[in-house]
Design a protein around this ligand. Structure first.
Ligand SMILES: Nc1nc2c(ncn2[C@@H]2O[C@H](COP(=O)(O)OP(=O)(O)OP(=O)(O)O)[C@@H](O)[C@H]2O)c(=O)[nH]1
Ligand SMILES: [Mg+2]
Length: 448
């Protein structure tokens, strides 16, 4: 799935990974590569332009995380924006509260509606629902038979055409569903080669009569921009709720997947990944972005670094150091960062000018458990002003934490040494998070 696109991104990311520093020039170059990769994948031109603009803004305004390389950080920005483009979170089916849910399946001819209707019925049946399929495609004689065969494979009952009329068939489906307590009722409709006013009118009438809580537009994932154009038109005339992309198992270029949410404002809810009944997946934007970008460790690593910066805010920490208000509580927080991120990758290293000086310090995370126990056994006052720790306090803390006075002494010595070192370093120069580049002037608002 999306192999060509992810191969392109793989090489872009690889190139970035080797980049020691990020300048406006190599951001520009990389974005050119990204733009070309997206356009070659048949992503909508406006979508590509907006995407590039946002990524560029973020890359230039990003706070540098010293624990990761700029290339890694840039990859993370790309990843996040791609998730955003794809719809951020997985979108579930709209169930009708307290009632029978009608799901209407629409789309162009051959896009995969009938197959999807049956796959969805099979999926929901596996989840304990009691679906009913309705063949509201009265134009092709073989259509109802196709659905009947698939329904049989899924062991789901099916309503076949009534009076050779799509609306009557749909109504018969709802009546049967009510009588036999089916939920949901899944309506397969006729395809059309192009947008055709007569058939569109029929769909609108069915929608008005049945008021489905879910109308799903099925798009052939292989057709790129054509699918997007059709989606826009269906959206305008029928106002569907979600999109299904089919044939994502084939070497679809990905253009439809990457454009359709941005163009229609409607989420992709499912993807079809094969002809078989079980070849249906719920759509997860982050998983697809990861497939395209080869998420690997980079995103996780940068996320961790960001989490820590957000939790601790390097700037506030730097101020504390300058004012020598660095407490044992802060010390503990930093040790915990180190535990999460692994030795010497912690917050200390993210404070400009501090990281390199820490190399020889003992920050063994395996000793963190003791450190934590000791600090937790202290009163808030003692944590804020460790110099208060006299013999009797140390004895109490050692007893409370199941350690020895010697260990308490060691920890305090380490803390005082660190604080002293930081005071010296931070006193001489201004510390605080750097930026990759100065922020743009205000007024040049980004468009999203
Ligand atoms: N590889 C693959 N093939 C699919 C997928 N979904 C559907 N197909 C195939 O695409 C073809 C068309 O699927 P249908 O479900 O008949 O499409 P439709 O939209 O109902 O077509 P009409 O009723 O003629 O408008 C069939 O040969 C399906 O087997 C998919 O996710 N992957
Ligand atoms: Mg069909």
């Amino acid at each position: 799935m999306l192999d060509a696109l992810s191969a392109r991104f793989e090489s872009i990311v690889k190139k970035l990974r080797g980049t020691a520093s990020i300048s406006e020039k190599n951001i520009e170059e990389t974005l050119q590569d990204v733009r070309r990769a997206l356009l070659d994948a048949d992503v909508n031109y406006q979508v590509v332009t907006d995407f590039i603009t946002v990524v560029k803004e973020k890359a230039i305004g990003a706070q540098v995380l010293l624990a990761v390389s700029p290339g890694q950080q840039f990859t993370k920005i790309l990843h996040d924006e791609m998730v955003e483009l794809l719809g951020r979170a997985a979108a579930p089916i709209n169930w009708k509260p307290g009632g029978q849910t009608v799901i209407m399946v629409v789309g162009l001819q051959g896009s995969g509606k009938t197959t999807f209707a049956a796959k969805l019925a099979a999926l929901l049946k596996r989840k304990g629902k009691n679906p009913l399929l309705v063949a509201a495609d009265i134009y092709r004689p073989a259509a109802a038979e196709q659905l009947r065969i698939l329904a049989e494979q899924a062991s789901v009952p099916v309503v076949t055409p009534v009076e050779n009329d799509a609306l009557q068939t749909a109504l018969a489906g709802v009546a049967r569903g009510g009588k036999d307590h089916h939920d949901p009722i899944i309506l397969d409709t006729a395809g059309r080669l192009h947008i055709d006013q007569e058939m569109m009118g029929e769909l609108v009438r069915i929608r008005e009569q049945l008021n489905p809580s879910e109308i799903l537009f099925v798009a052939d994932g292989m057709t790129g921009q054509d699918a997007v154009t059709a989606a826009r038109e269906f959206q305008r005339q029928l106002d569907f709720h979600g999109v299904v992309l089919t044939k994502m198992d084939s070497d679809s270029r990905g253009g439809a997947a990457l454009s359709i949410k941005a163009v229609t404002g409607k989420p992709i809810k499912f993807i079809g990944i094969g002809e078989k009944l079980d070849a249906l997946e719920q759509f997860h934007p982050d998983r697809i972005a990861s497939r395209i970008l080869g998420r690997g460790d980079i995103v996780t690593l940068v996320e961790k670094a960001q989490e820590q910066v957000e939790a601790q805010d390097a700037e506030a920490m730097a101020k504390k150091l300058q004012n020598a208000t660095f407490t044992l509580q802060d010390f503990l927080a930093q040790m915990q960062v180190i535990k999460k991120m692994g030795p010497l990758e912690g917050l200390m290293k993210m404070i400009p000018g501090v990281g390199s000086k820490l190399g020889d310090m003992d920050l063994d995370p395996s000793r963190l458990a003791h450190t934590e126990a000791i600090i937790y056994s202290m009163t808030p006052l003692e944590r804020a002003r460790p110099e208060l720790m006299n013999g009797s306090r140390k004895k109490r803390v050692a007893l409370g934490s199941g350690t020895t006075v010697q260990e308490v002494n060691q920890l305090l010595a380490q803390f005082f040494q660190m604080r002293e070192m930081m005071k010296q370093m931070s006193g001489s120069k201004k510390v605080g998070p750097k930026r990759m580049k100065p922020r743009r002037k205000k007024g040049k608002k980004k468009k999203r």
